[in-house]
Design a protein around this ligand. Structure first.
Ligand code: NCD
Length: 305
């Protein structure tokens, strides 16, 4: 479907292409599909310059479930990155050894730079504060699975909208659909950045910035929550001031519509209470579980027959 293609930015894809991916993902979710021969001989390399649990492990699981193999650059202190090797030289080696390179980096543009250096496809597994295309594919797939559609829904994005690449990337992804309305709930220091806002305006997406959940949780179909991104703060005092701006707890869930859902890219810290897990609205673990199938469909699309 996307043979040989890099996955760098959700806006490199059309909604028709995403619909196609969702159909492929369903095949894996329902056990109707399995990896093609090309995958069985495939080797994927992982280069994570920032911590990760779900993204790294689910890419690894996806490749192995498809019959392929995986190698991991590992912790930076175990590789020549500590000796001062530059990114181009590091990824060039991975390009020699493997068929696809999955990269996570703190620097915006790192994956596009890697893609320029590599002959094999590069997948951006989250970089800087803007792009996390495969997480967005997972988020959109989960919404599609829960509601049977994305168009016409009211989506509230809550938390560190300024620094969380998962929410920025989701907003870019939602701009490809005809949602009814997007609420951006964040205190002043965590508000959406202008580059994301500009895209929403250009795509004529109806959105509203608010600093309170009041009047929004009652109407939202999807509440998308992110953690305050501690690692982006040079001033930890500033982090302490904003870290508990919004806490999704039982009281908040009780105000939500019965058929609404709560999503979170995870990991969660204090912004989403563990007591919320028992409600039917809590769909973040299902979102993470289905993430495996989405990543299988992505790998099959770019490496398959
Ligand atoms: C996110 C990330 O790294 O951007 N995690 C993920 O990929 N599921 C979210 C986060 O760290 O808050």
């Amino acid at each position: 479907m996307w043979k040989g293609r890099d996955i760098l930015d959700i806006l490199d894809f059309t909604r028709e292409e995403l619909d196609g991916l969702f159909r492929e993902t369903m095949g894996f979710e329902e056990g109707r599909k399995e990896g093609s021969e090309a995958l069985k001989n495939g080797l994927m390399s992982l280069a994570f310059f920032e911590p990760s649990t779900r993204t790294r492990m689910s890419f690894e699981a996806a490749m192995m479930r498809l019959g392929g193999k995986v190698m991991d650059l590992g912790e930076m202190k175990a590789s020549s990155v500590t000796k001062g090797e530059n990114l181009a030289d590091t990824v060039k080696m991975l390009d020699f050894y493997s068929d696809v390179i999955v990269i996570r980096h703190w620097l915006e543009g790192a994956s596009r730079f890697a893609a320029d250096v590599c002959t094999h496809p590069v997948i951006n597994a989250g970089e800087g504060m803007k792009n996390h295309p495969t997480q967005t594919m997972i988020d959109l797939y989960e919404i599609q699975r829960e509601f049977g559609k994305i168009d016409g829904l009211t989506i509230a994005v809550v938390g560190d909208i300024r620094h969380a690449r998962a929410s920025a990337s989701l907003l870019l992804g939602l701009s490809l659909f005809d949602v009814k309305k997007i609420y951006l709930i964040a205190p002043e220091p965590l508000r959406v950045r202008s580059e994301v806002k500009d895209r929403l305006n250009a795509a004529k997406v109806g959105f509203e910035e608010r600093d309170s959940l009041l009047g929004v949780v009652e109407n939202a179909d999807v509440l998308y929550v992110t953690r305050v991104q501690k690692e982006r703060y040079s001033d930890l005092g500033e982090y302490e001031r904003v870290k508990n701006s919004y806490i999704i707890n039982d009281d908040v869930v009780k105000k939500m519509k019965p058929d609404s859902i709560i999503l979170h890219p995870l990991p969660r810290v204090d912004e989403l209470g563990v007591t919320v897990d028992k409600y039917r609205q809590a769909r973040y673990f299902e979102q993470a579980r289905r993430g495996l199938h989405v990543r299988m469909a992505i790998l099959e699309s770019i490496l398959g027959g």
